[in-house]
Design a protein around this ligand. Sequence first.
Ligand code: PHE
Length: 342
Amino acid sequence: MSDLLAALNALRERLTEVPQADERRLRELKTEILGRKAGALTHILAAVPSLEPKDRKAVGGVANALKRDFETAFAARERELKRASVAAGDLDLTMPGRAGWQGGLHLVTQVVDEICEIFRELGFTRAVGPEAESERNNFYALNFPHDHPALDAQDSFYVGDGVVLRTHTSPVQIRTLEAYPPPIRVVIPGQVYRRDPFDPSHSPVFEQIEGLVVDEGVTFVDLKAALTAFARRFFTSDTTVRFRPSYFPFTEPSAEMDVRCQICKGSGCPTCKQSGWMEILGSGMVHPAVLDNCGVDSERYTGYAFGMGPERIAMNRYGVSDIRLFWEDDVRFLSQFARPHR
Ligand code: PHE
């Protein structure tokens, strides 16, 4: 027992060596004193259980306290050495860093901005309107008959009496015509809502870009020229387009515009359902009844309007096969299109 206490006292002396130790010496000291197999203090602690009960307490207490003192001293010296080595320039500055995470604009937002930018060059201003819209602006002022199926709650989301989530961006035509006198040239991006289930090509909420031009002497030739110029700027300069007769209550005559499928270049593929064409917008000459509803003189002014779907356009241009990917917010998908923004 006294042998053990003497040995512990001798060990305590060696605490003074710790603050002077260099890295190698520190490792040696740790093994010498606290090493799991041959450590001096480890040996003493291992002998404690075989002592008489009263001695066990005395020796055990001293030995455990000493163990804690050594551990504290070792840790303090290790911190000191580490700090000194960093200060001395042992830091490896060539080690590749961890790249910071950077956000970016959603692909659909990028496409919307790009489309609006092309129209800006053609003299169009960018405008917006609310997503909750009156039935009057969304339907009646646009010359929809009162029994039109789109007015059915089966097809549209009603948020109150006479208020719907707009089913298209065309009501902003009404707002624009009522707020500004011609000449008018606007593009209006925004989200619209329809009671459609989510599937690869439908979503209950999607993006549209509306266009409206009203002035004296605007003709169908202006419509074709502007929309063809847009398609050639957005896709490629040799892109072919075609206009097909169509029907909308608020335009007359009406036409849908197709562009050559960007994926198969017209030879037919699953994305264009083998047609070689992709429908990108509806358009037409503003119906005189719409101008009259907004207090614009339809004898003096004419105009054209169009509405396109940026998601569909983005899907065709980037080969995205499922519209739902735009809503899942999976960064593994979105980051493929990340561009540093300006
Ligand atoms: N609002 C129409 C739609 O959602 C598109 C359109 C806009 C057609 C403007 C003609 C003129 O389908």
